[in-house]
Design a protein around this ligand. Sequence first.
Ligand SMILES: Nc1ncnc2c1ncn2[C@@H]1O[C@H](COP(=O)(O)OP(=O)(O)OP(=O)(O)O)[C@@H](O)[C@H]1O
Ligand SMILES: [Mg+2]
Length: 446
Amino acid sequence: MTPISLRSALQSLPENALEAIVNRQFATKLLEALGFQAEEIYPEYPIRRMAVDIAARKNVGDDIFINTKKNPYLLVELKGRDVNLTEGSQPYKNTVQQLKRYLLAPECHSAAWGIITNSCHIQLFRKHGKVVFPATPCHPINKDNIEDITATIREKIESPSRALTIALYNNKGGVGKTTTTVNLAGILTLLGKKILVIDFDPNQQDLTSALGLPLSEDALFTALINRDTELKTAIRPYKFLFRSKKLETRFDVIPSDKRLVSEAENELKIHGYKPGNGLLHRKLKSLRNEYDYILIDAPPNWRLFSKLAVYAADVVLLPTKHNNLFSLENAVTAIKDFIPEIQQEKSDGSPIALPIFFNGERMTEPQKAAVEKVMESMIQAAKRNDGFDLAPYFFPKRRRAGEDTHVLCVPGHASISSSAFFRVPAVFRDKSALEYYKNLVKEYFL
Ligand SMILES: Nc1ncnc2c1ncn2[C@@H]1O[C@H](COP(=O)(O)OP(=O)(O)OP(=O)(O)O)[C@@H](O)[C@H]1O
Ligand SMILES: [Mg+2]
């Protein structure tokens, strides 16, 4: 008997197949097509008094997954065809939340990927530390595309890249993009992670300056416009010697360069170069396995460099200020319009916005009440006017309307504002700064 292909398994599914049927007739074929053998697939994998529909992991020598049940690599949350998994629908959102909970459960620490499918739609998610983000769009599937889509998913899960790429962006100036980038690089380095930081704001070059690094002549520019020049050639080390003079800390930086200043956008055009917004993204490909985090400091506008930075990112971190309405309004525009615009163009499901945080002065209770009121009305307006749900980006811990208004805050501190004078990230010099940015890392990434 010839084995049934995934294509014909899908084709023979009843139109209204419930979850049990999807599981029996489609899921096993799907897992097989993704490269997993029977002993590598564990149905009803137990997590916290619940069970994820399927967990899978390649066997390693004698470590047979269905025997040891340890270290799942891929989780699959299945639904029946009666559950609408069209992107943006409520059941879709609920299913993504469910998958996230499973991926972030302690029993699934090792899980790097998650899939949701009801056999009409399928979407792959990637987990990096605490961050779960789409690795494909939510594809409608049919007999004609299922094999190609499965092949793409398989390729992704078989060659995961090491880095999470984060763009720091807000169209509003002076909200702390550069300061956050520098200190995130510092704290993540102190936590043992390998970091690359890119100064992608050539007009200001603040990041390069804050670290006391010289501008390159034209290393970044050349790497961007020459197909054959690797971005690696633009990397410089930032080294910091702790007071003991014994412990050297370092992370890697791509400083801005003299050729990329002010006229760079025009110059890229003059060179007859139509890079598209994917230019930096493609250039970073060879570096994504060398680092744990790649941080890109973007300029405060929505032009070439910000677009390249956001396109290159898996996730976008948006600093805002609780006492600056425009910083919030600009964040909403980025979340609602700019990032989806890039998502459309990039068509791999990324980048997504992380929840906003407040950067700067400490909040008094009346200020807190005032900003929460404004944020509530922005949530209502986005829902009313665009059918867009801002709540997860403003109040990520909220489960029901009107509840939890937690927003992470990096308080203002003299050591943070003065650190650029010393050309040293504040986290290397000051305990309070270190604690603030450690909180940020814990909340978002680790
Ligand atoms: N948490 C903080 N505590 C104290 N000062 C801060 C803090 N965050 C940022 N600053 C200060 O606020 C100013 C603006 O910060 P920064 O340059 O990082 O903003 P930016 O968003 O990168 O600005 P631009 O849009 O111009 O690129 C700087 O002087 C910086 O030192
Ligand atoms: Mg800046």
